[in-house]
Design a binder for this molecule. Structure first.
Ligand SMILES: Cc1cc2nc3c(=O)[nH]c(=O)nc-3n(C[C@H](O)[C@H](O)[C@H](O)COP(=O)(O)OP(=O)(O)OC[C@H]3O[C@@H](n4cnc5c(N)ncnc54)[C@H](O)[C@@H]3O)c2cc1C
Length: 400
């Protein structure tokens, strides 16, 4: 599967920040983690902090899956509005999911502070505008429901948006809680920290087969090497789907670009994350180095997304859509790319176990909030592996 194509900005900017060997001997450990993206790195870090021995295996290079392609908005608003999520999972679990994602933003901030430097982590407000007049009432209803549940949101009319952002839209929710991070650097920092305490990370180490016994899991890799572990975490991003018998997500292609640097005067109020109600949506944010990131305009996953001409066409569409909203900001793409992207029926991730794979936990941060879901997954898996009850696990379970 092609996880992304062309030039993800953070991969270009940060380059190879850490190198890891490939597996060269058999191992026996407490927890084996398949994949070395942000989900695996956060899970490994949490398990190591609980005193377990862990090893992380990636068939490519650590951080170079979807994590490298991520535009890394940290939002508690998942792709499914709270009003709709209530219909899928009930008001209590819907609100709890939003609250957990809000806590995840601050948890990531605290981890970044601990690991230092802070990996371009910044708290940012988040502004969701109504794309069309017919979206106004539904967005206003969303605002009222979030306010009722204690989310720190303000309603903005068109005049407020023009005054605050220089942007026209029928209405918007301005939310205080949001953030951004360099997910690629953070992943390496977490893995390096895990490695410092003797736990091991392997590049170029595909898990080719998995066997299960009563007591443990046996992973088979290249050169007939084996890893025996009491527990397994599958954090292979969208490629995890092959390990699950039931269809749980649809795959889309998504597109992003980072602009050439623009003068300071073009940046907007508190560099808010900005996104819209339409599907597929447009989103944009400040990207550091005076650049602006624009993304979205997803379409069903299909091979053409890998062709440079298709990515170029999508970048032009993103620029046009951005200029419709922000006509006063001249923008030229500098880096553009496409990535795979999974969407579940209710917008929530799948975290936990399936009967077919004993001793195994899935950390699948699907949807537009993959990174905030990764931290929710890491916390739930840490608790369950340590034999502690986690009251939120059922919200994201496979049998929900
Ligand atoms: C363009 C784009 C924009 C995005 N924007 C956002 C955003 O703004 N905010 C947000 O929260 N999320 C966003 N996401 C989603 C987010 O990037 C993902 O949710 C997140 O990176 C997934 O991380 P992961 O660790 O689960 O998967 P990955 O980073 O893909 O890591 C999985 C790893 O598993 C490895 N692997 C697979 N199979 C095997 C095997 N058999 N053996 C060993 N290793 C294996 C792969 O090589 C890979 O490195 C975006 C995604 C894309 C593509």
């Amino acid at each position: 599967m092609n996880l992304y194509e062309q030039h993800p900005y953070w991969l270009m900017k940060d380059g190879i920040v850490a190198s890891y060997p490939s597996l060269d001997k058999n191992l026996v450990i407490d927890v084996a983690i398949m994949g070395a993206g942000i989900s695996a790195a956060l899970t490994a870090w949490h398990l190591r902090n609980s005193g377990l021995s862990v090893a992380v295996f990636d068939r490519r290079h650590a951080g170079m899956g979807s994590t490298a392609a991520s535009t890394a908005f940290l939002q508690y608003e998942i792709d499914t509005p709270l009003t709709d999520l209530c219909k899928h999972v009930g008001e209590k679990n819907a609100v709890k999911s939003y609250e957990l994602c809000r806590e995840a933003i601050y948890a990531i901030g605290n981890i970044c502070k601990k690991l230092k430097p802070e990996f371009d982590f910044h708290l940012r407000p988040s502004t969701q505008y109504a794309s069309f007049k017919i979206h106004y009432d539904k967005l206003l209803e969303e605002y009222k429901l979030r306010r009722k549940h204690g989310f720190n949101v303000t309603w903005m009319e068109n005049a407020d948006l023009v005054k605050t952002f220089g942007m026209e839209a029928p209405g918007a929710i301005f939310s205080e809680d949001g953030g951004e991070v360099d997910a690629y650097l953070l992943t390496h920092a977490l893995l390096k920290d895990v490695e410092k305490s003797g736990h091991i990370v392997y590049n170029n180490t595909p898990v080719l087969d998995i066997d299960y016994s009563k007591q443990r899991v046996i992973l088979h890799s290249h050169n007939d090497l084996k890893v025996k572990a009491k527990k397994l975490v599958i954090a292979c991003g969208y490629e995890s789907l092959q390990y699950i018998p039931k269809k749980i997500a649809d795959i889309y292609s998504t597109y992003a670009l980072v602009s050439e640097p623009v003068p300071d005067k073009y940046f907007w109020h508190r560099n808010s994350l900005i996104w819209e109600t339409a599907t597929p949506y447009l989103y944009f944010r400040a990207a550091g180095d005076n650049r602006i990131l624009v993304g979205g305009r997803d379409d069903p996953y299909h091979p053409p997304h890998i062709f440079p001409s298709h990515i170029k066409k999508k970048a032009e569409q993103l620029i046009q859509a951005f200029h419709k909203k922000m006509p006063h900001i001249p923008l030229r793409p500098d880096f553009s790319w496409a990535g795979a992207f999974a969407v579940t029926k209710d917008g929530l991730p799948y975290i936990g176990m399936i009967p077919e794979r004993p001793h195994t936990y899935f950390a699948l941060g699907f949807g537009g909030n993959g990174i905030t879901f990764s931290i929710v997954a890491a916390e739930i898996i840490r608790d369950v592996v340590m034999g502690k009850k986690n009251g939120n696990a059922n919200i994201f379970a496979f049998n929900r």
